[in-house]
Ligand binder design. Structure first.
Ligand SMILES: NC(=O)c1ccc[n+]([C@@H]2O[C@H](COP(=O)([O-])OP(=O)(O)OC[C@H]3O[C@@H](n4cnc5c(N)ncnc54)[C@H](OP(=O)(O)O)[C@@H]3O)[C@@H](O)[C@H]2O)c1
Length: 244
């Protein structure tokens, strides 16, 4: 099946890699982003290189009141939606400035959950579709170094889990993706550990496989799954004394 793939956050490094991955296999793609008109070069590259329809759509995940109208404006409902919109922010800034913290919380949790919830309702009425949310290992346990971002991703992970549970008999499948560290604009300048870091193309391959095989929760680098199991299992009295 080569239905349309909608990417929410279509300028993201991971989002563009996902668009190419599906387009390469014949899927039309719809890139939804802020200032979407600036993505024309990316859109035409996808369309020409893979010979598929590629469209641009204006989308701001923070405009939650406008998200229903955004979904209606798509015309036809996509077969697959991949939500990559997110923002890490700066932990220290988020600790001191409520506006900065709110932006991180709304961009990673509230907006994506509202957008995917609206798309899910329409997909359920139709009887089929796949919803992919890019969450994070940062949501598996709150850590002192990034708990603002991590708590928003934890909320998003819980939302995706509940949605998957509710829709399990509806024909609509929900995938949670936890990429681990990825070398993108978001992590530019960070000193990432090589063994735990991957690329947008590898994440895109993992997403394609997860959609095809109807996987539920995917850790892109397998090492992250046991690592996060260990981190979750550390007793709180020890955990609070660690600098993580
Ligand atoms: N890189 C990593 O190590 C890593 C690890 C785990 C999870 N993730 C998650 O993976 C996803 C993609 O991130 P990335 O690494 O590809 O970084 P990225 O290139 O910075 O992508 C983030 C995207 O989110 C979009 N966005 C932010 N606020 C938005 C808003 N209000 N409305 C619409 N779009 C908005 C940005 O749009 P603009 O282009 O308009 O700014 C940007 O394209 C994010 O959800 C991130 O949290 C990344």
């Amino acid at each position: 099946m080569t239905g349309t793939v909608l990417i929410l956050g279509g300028r993201s490094d991971i989002g563009v890699a996902v668009a190419h991955r599906f387009a390469m296999l014949g899927h039309p793609v719809a890139l939804a982003a802020r200032n979407a008109e600036n993505l024309e070069a990316t859109r035409s590259d996808i369309a020409i290189r893979h010979g598929v329809e590629a469209t641009l759509h204006e989308f701001d995940v923070l405009e939650t009141k406008a998200l229903a109208a955004f979904v209606d404006s798509l015309g036809s409902l996509p077969e697959i939606v991949v939500c990559v919109a997110g923002a890490m922010g700066k932990q220290r800034e988020s600790e001191c400035d409520p506006e900065a913290a709110t932006l991180v919380m709304r961009t990673n949790y509230e907006g994506p959950a509202v957008a995917l919830g609206l798309l899910a309702e329409r997909m359920v009425k139709r009887g089929h579709g796949t919803i992919v949310g890019i969450s994070s290992v940062a949501g598996d346990r709150g850590r002192g170094s990034n708990y603002i971002y991590g708590s928003a991703k934890a909320g998003f992970t819980a939302f995706l889990s509940g949605l998957r549970n509710r829709l399990s008999k509806s024909g609509v499948h929900v995938v949670t993706v936890k990429p681990g560290f990825v070398a993108t604009r978001m992590t530019d300048g960070m000193d990432l550990p090589g063994a735990l870091t991957t690329t947008p193309d590898v994440v895109a391959d993992a997403i394609y496989r997860a959609v095809s095989l109807r996987r539920s929760v995917v850790y892109v680098k397998p090492l992250w799954r046991p690592l996060m199991s260990i981190i979750r299992a550390i007793p709180e009295p020890i955990f609070k004394s660690l600098s993580l």
